[in-house]
Write a protein that binds this ligand. Structure first.
Ligand code: IPD
Ligand code: CA
Ligand code: CA
Ligand code: CA
Length: 267
């Protein structure tokens, strides 16, 4: 597996930030936790990780634009074609509860298209990487989405809107439709890892709405490079801006799209 210089920059940034997260994991009492809104936590660990990633990326490519969850506003680059999209800690709620399902997620966009992604879970030391045209990997192993066809054999991931997020009613209808068709539904608490798990064939599909670009940027290229399909919940290509995502293999993507969009049953 040969990585480009750019992908190496992303990998180094993710590993360095991951080390910082690993040191802070389990130290919640020292982490200055605050709320951005109901159910929406941020801590010193998120901010430290973001500083590490941002410094590494900006040092390597100072002209690129930068969008990060814990950086106020977007930094417009002088190079109009490239933009880093960063979630320094995806799965903050898990992290603060001692649940080892969290990740650093770094995506690179070129002319509006996701071309590289790195997702790193320091708790399991799993490093997911993908580059457009170069395949997707976990550590040194090539990734491939699952080949299951029938939803009744499938495990499907999702994200449940948290306290303070609207759309609970709409979500429950989607869930009711999906759970009636599949072998099992999982809610793991990190959208970046959810997408990496679909790319790895561990889960057969995933859907969530109300996300931000940094939750899913790296995962989009990961899924595509693992042979999977990804769209928004209406089947359209506007994923990053809409924050709506549905992913799977060629069979499950289509089937899940159908099921998640079934009309509300009449009472
Ligand atoms: C959250 C996670 C979670 C998803 C939330 C996101 P954060 O990101 O990805 O799985 O359901 O909507 O906000 O805040 O932990 O980076
Ligand atoms: Ca957050
Ligand atoms: Ca996130
Ligand atoms: Ca985050």
């Amino acid at each position: 597996m040969a990585r480009s210089a750019l992908l190496n920059v992303m990998v180094q940034a993710a590993l360095k930030a991951g080390k910082s997260l690993a040191r802070d994991f389990g130290e919640v009492q020292n982490l200055q936790v605050s709320l951005k809104g109901p159910g929406d936590y941020v801590s010193q660990a998120d901010r430290k990780s973001e500083k590490i990633v941002k410094d590494e990326l900006m040092k390597a490519r100072p002209t690129y634009g930068y969008l990060g969850e814990e950086t106020e506003g977007e930094i417009k680059g002088t190079d109009g074609a490239h933009r880093w999209i960063v979630d320094p800690l995806d799965g903050t709620t898990n992290f603060l509860h001692g649940i080892p399902m969290f990740a650093v997620s770094i995506g690179l966009e070129r002319n509006g298209e996701m071309v590289a992604g790195v997702i790193y879970n320091p708790a399991t030391d799993e490093l997911y990487t993908a580059e457009k045209g170069g395949g997707a990997y976990v550590n040194d192993r090539r990734l491939r989405v699952s080949s299951r066809r029938s939803l009744s054999d499938c495990v499907i991931g999702t994200g449940i809107p948290h306290l303070g997020r609207g759309q609970h009613g709409k979500y429950l209808i989607q869930l009711r439709h999906v759970m009636g068709e599949v072998a099992g539904v999982r809610r793991m608490g990190s959208a970046a890892l959810d997408l990496a798990y679909v790319a790895a064939g561990r889960m057969d599909g995933f859907w969530e709405e109300g996300l931000s670009a940094w939750d899913i940027a790296a995962g989009i290229v990961m899924i595509r490079e693992a042979g999977g399909f990804v769209s928004n919940l209406s089947g359209g290509t506007d994923i990053l801006e809409s924050g709506s995502i549905l992913a799977g293999n060629e069979h499950t993507h289509k089937a899940l799209l159908d099921v998640a969009n079934r009309p509300i049953p009449k009472a």
